[in-house]
Design a protein around this ligand. Structure first.
Ligand SMILES: [Zn+2]
Length: 508
């Protein structure tokens, strides 16, 4: 379909911001120039009477919802889905993260970005926030990521993940427990890249050339506060202000990260949140991925400063990190978005799974009756995500909003009978019902298949890079096997420590 010809999404049921969350509103949606131009009934007859030309997208028996926003995602390990089972976070890092691997080929960077984006789109996500680690850094690799997003047609908010403190310095007990000869193998999320100042490169080559209204936009990605010096955090805050950018970082994902704060930052009361407040990073631009081990007084600071969190229920449970204090965050009024995090630990880019687990974790976190969680999970996956990336024209179906829309098949058994669209999206849907996905007014998924590229050719591109990835993964997995006794020793010491809260259900 030509982007200049208006598209009429006709005869669907839409989940509108103030509409019926259970049955949806029967309506037509007119899309023009990438945006929602009008919502109403009988629009086809009206347009014909006005002599206007338009194309029709039949939405009979379809639920029309705003596209999901995957507010925490990393494209760098999409080839590693299904490679691991029971794996605590600190072990997982050594198996999954780019600094562990030899330099990748440009073809692999492109293929892994495309397959990740395809999975996101296929499960109804129209925007991904990709906090990508490219190590060792190569501008061509960054180019490959951006080109892949432009070609496949998803909306992307790309942030390079950077740090200037080595991983081994940031995990409690590792330096003392591991024999020195193993220290070079203990790099983690993002390692300082000695050859290049990534932030300066990003500013000079990317930010200074920002295109208005581009579908691929930028954010800043300091890996985690404990992996960044004060100077780097302050540079990040200044750059975000100058270029009006959202910031994404990791906070208190595991107990080890909370313990590190207690040990390393006594001047800030053992709190990374207090440290970030002093360094000027807290505020509406900042998004804290995970936030599992937050303390009540830290939640109050987030609420007071308008800082957002991004909950990643799939990876937090798979990696044994714990259950985030979702209800306490809700009660404090903190804005919450949802992410599916890495493919190697979620292992799906599937917002239906993430929404369901989000709601279920709240249910088992508090014996007291609480508010409805399906609408909150759906809100986090749409409006919450839009807030995280500072886009009030996304995450809702309203005139003037961008046309990022998903059509769900109401003839799928998940919706028969249709008792509550919102609840069935969250508790019943697995992803089977996603039929059509539109991004910026362009149909990207049609009848469940990619419409912007040759899907089979894309899969072949991926399979062509898999042998090299598998060979390298096997080498790394064998190395990690030899490191496990020391990892376990550090892990037990972390678990024996008191950090002032407990976020792991032990049943004891
Ligand atoms: Zn992450």
């Amino acid at each position: 379909m030509n982007n200049n010809t208006p598209i009429l999404i006709e005869n669907g049921r839409a989940l509108l911001p103030d509409g019926d969350p259970h049955q949806g509103e029967r309506c037509d949606i007119l899309v023009h120039a990438g945006a929602i131009a009008e919502i109403g009934t009988g629009l086809a007859a009206k347009l014909k009477a006005e002599g206007k030309t338009f194309e029709t997208l039949d939405a009979t028996d379809r639920l029309v919802i705003p596209g999901f926003i995957n507010a925490h995602y990393h494209s760098h390990d999409t080839l590693a889905k299904g490679t691991m089972d029971e794996t605590p976070l600190e072990t997982w890092r050594l198996l999954a993260l780019p600094p562990q691997y030899p330099k990748r080929s440009r073809a692999e960077i492109r293929a892994r970005t495309l397959i990740g984006a395809l999975e996101c789109l296929r499960s109804g996500m129209t925007t991904v926030q990709d906090m990508v680690t490219l190590y060792p850094f190569d501008p061509e690799h960054f180019e490959a990521v951006v080109e892949a997003y432009e070609e496949i047609g998803v909306r992307a908010v790309v942030a390079l993940q950077y740090a200037d403190i080595r991983g081994i310095e940031t995990i409690p007990f590792w330096k003392e427990i591991f024999p020195a000869e193993y220290h070079p193998y203990l790099s983690t999320a993002a390692e300082p890249d000695k050859k290049i100042d990534q932030l300066a490169w990003f500013e000079d080559n990317i930010l200074k050339q920002q295109k208005p209204d581009a579908r691929v936009t930028w954010a800043l990605g300091p890996s985690a506060p404990e992996r960044c010096t004060r100077a780097l955090i302050e540079r990040t805050a200044a750059l975000a202000k100058t270029y009006d950018l959202p910031i994404f970082t990791h906070i208190y994902e595991s107990k080890g990260m909370a313990l590190q704060a207690r040990l390393e930052y006594p001047d800030h009361g053992g709190s990374l949140i207090r440290r970030l407040e002093v360094e000027g990073l807290l505020g509406p631009r900042l998004n804290l991925a995970h936030s599992v081990w937050l303390l009540p007084d830290e939640i109050e600071i987030l609420a007071r400063t308008g800082t957002n969190v991004v909950i990643n229920p799939l990876s937090n449970t798979k990696l044994k990190s714990g259950i985030p204090p979702i209800r306490a965050l809700q009660e404090a009024g903190v804005s919450i978005a949802l992410g599916c995090d890495n493919c190697s630990c979620s292992d799906a880019q599937n917002m239906f799974q993430a929404m369901k687990l989000f709601a279920l974790l709240v249910h088992i976190s508090d014996p007291e009756p609480g508010p409805d969680q399906s609408s909150r999970a759906f809100g986090a996956a749409t409006m919450g995500g839009a807030h995280a990336i500072a886009r009030n024209d996304l995450g809702r179906i309203a005139p003037g909003a961008r046309a990022d829309l998903v059509l769900i098949d109401l003839k799928d058994p998940s919706y028969v009978p249709l008792n509550s669209a919102t609840r069935q999206l969250v508790y019943t849907e697995g992803g089977r019902g996603v039929d059509t996905v539109m991004v910026d007014g362009r149909v990207v998924i049609s009848n469940g298949r990619l419409a912007t590229m040759d899907q089979d050719a894309l899969l072949e591109e991926v399979m062509a890079v898999v042998p090299q990835f598998r060979e390298d993964f096997a080498t790394i997995a064998a190395r990690v096997e030899t490191l496990k006794p020391w990892i376990a020793q550090a892990h037990r010491k972390i678990w024996a420590a008191d950090v002032g809260t407990n976020r792991l259900f032990t049943g004891r």
